[in-house]
Design a protein around this ligand. Structure first.
Ligand SMILES: Cc1cc2nc3c(=O)[nH]c(=O)nc-3n(C[C@H](O)[C@H](O)[C@H](O)COP(=O)(O)OP(=O)(O)OC[C@H]3O[C@@H](n4cnc5c(N)ncnc54)[C@H](O)[C@@H]3O)c2cc1C
Length: 383
């Protein structure tokens, strides 16, 4: 009988896992991949949409294009997960499995920050980025804040990248002199595991007159007075507020008994939960890596290798090492890169590559290669 693998969530983690199982077994495996959405969107595409580099339509990769032998995509909402039975209840009925992988990502809650919905903007959803595409071009004078509202958030470089790209945008429009840009972040440095990358970002901020406010969170906005309130009670006036909203595990995961603290508890070496045959990969787990697509992908690869070994009677793969390479937009059409290892040694380490045009091309290929592999079609992040 074919092994039944149920993958909840077709984001970075779920897509990579399903693709690998199809490549290994073809029709000899029975993978059901479930997502409530119609399409996949890279996180970095949201910055491209916000700054008008391409349309939102270009960023969407429709799940109907997924053609992997052995994988069936079901578009539906997961309403309940029973990890002890390896079962999920959805709007399309109940799915049973031999192996269950939860890859449902992190949900965003802008309304958790008082005043953000009424008086500011978030750029972490496609809808938010698309709305900003029409707002940013009308910002002409005063203070812009890129502000983080919760300690855990996806893609730690994204607020810094946003500030640098905003700088370029304002320079191109000839209004940078009439504006200020500040970044409010809950870390002491932009990329804590990589001092070199942090220094390069801080240097880029200094060169461009961008103010970095470390170790602070934005706790609320007062839309009437146009001020952002920080967690030490201080206030910053703003004309444009670009917020990173609160992140939390999806409600269906919170109700499942899988959480240990805010995220799903997993074995750091195997990504297995305490329920036999149930794994959690990507942003939804609390393994200790940053919440980023490259880590979701690495975790999915470790779990795919474990499932392949289990089915074929092969050797258990090497422990998960929490490694990932992040591309960092520095503006001026240059991209840097940081390679980080979170779980291989006693503390996280990062290796930095300075921004270059070669890395711009590498980042484009990073996106293009995933779409080729997962969706079987050609695409470029730069149309
Ligand atoms: C502005 C921005 C820039 C970023 N830049 C980068 C970058 O350059 N590099 C990088 O590696 N990462 C980047 N990221 C982070 C990256 O997008 C995420 O970390 C990554 O997508 C996480 O993958 P995942 O598989 O864990 O979850 P996701 O990709 O979020 O997928 C989870 C899926 O689960 C589905 N889902 C959730 N709940 C349900 C439910 N109840 N029923 C059915 N389906 C459900 C969702 O629809 C979603 O498709 C960025 C993020 C942002 C916001």
């Amino acid at each position: 009988m074919r092994t039944r693998v149920l993958v909840l969530g077709a984001g970075f983690g779920g897509l990579e896992l399903s693709t690998m199982l199809s490549e290994a077994f073809g029709d000899a495996i029975d993978v059901v991949l479930v997502d409530k959405g119609e399409s996949f969107v890279f996180g970095f595409s949201k910055l491209d949409v916000m700054f008008g580099r391409h349309s939102a339509a270009h960023a969407h990769h429709a799940y109907r294009d997924l053609v992997h032998p052995g994988v069936r995509f079901v578009r539906t909402h997961v309403r309940a997960i029973d990890p002890s039975a390896k079962r999920a209840i959805t709007d399309h009925g109940t799915f049973e499995s031999d192996i269950l992988v939860v890859a449902l990502g992190a949900d965003l809650d802008p309304s958790a920050t008082p005043g953000l919905v009424e008086g500011g903007h978030e750029f972490y959803t496609v809808a938010g980025a698309e709305a900003l595409r029409h707002v940013v071009p009308s910002f002409e004078r005063g203070a812009a804040i890129v502000g983080v509202t919760g300690r855990t958030f996806k893609c730690p470089p994204a607020p810094s990248e946003t500030a640098l790209l905003l700088h370029d945008h304002l320079v191109a429009r000839g209004v940078r002199g009439a504006t200020e840009i500040s970044v409010v972040m809950p870390f002491g440095r932009p990329i804590p595991p990589s001092p070199e990358t942090s220094d390069a970002i801080l240097e880029a901020f200094a060169e461009r007159g961008i103010r970095f406010i470390p170790d602070r969170l934005v706790v609320s906005l007062d839309p009437a007075r146009r001020v952002a309130v920080l967690d030490d009670g201080s206030e910053l006036p703003y004309g444009l507020f670009l917020g990173v909203p609160h992140h939390h595990a999806p409600a269906v995961v919170a109700d499942s008994g899988l959480l240990e603290g805010a995220w799903i508890g997993v074995d750091k070496q195997t990504l297995a939960t305490r329920f036999p045959g149930v794994y959690a990969v990507g942003d939804v787990n609390g393994v200790g890596t940053p919440k980023a697509g490259v880590f979701a992908e690495g975790a999915a690869q470790r779990v795919a290798h474990a499932i392949i070994a289990q089915i074929t009677g092969g050797q258990e793969p090497a422990p998960y090492n929490g490694a990932g390479s992040c591309y960092v937009e520095f503006g001026g059409h240059r991209v840097g890169r940081v390679d980080v290892q979170f779980l291989a040694g006693p503390r996280p380490t990062g290796r930095y590559q300075a921004p270059s045009e070669a890395l711009v091309a590498e980042k484009l290929e990073f996106g293009a290669s995933r779409i080729r592999r997962w969706f079987g079609r050609n695409w470029s992040p730069a149309p």
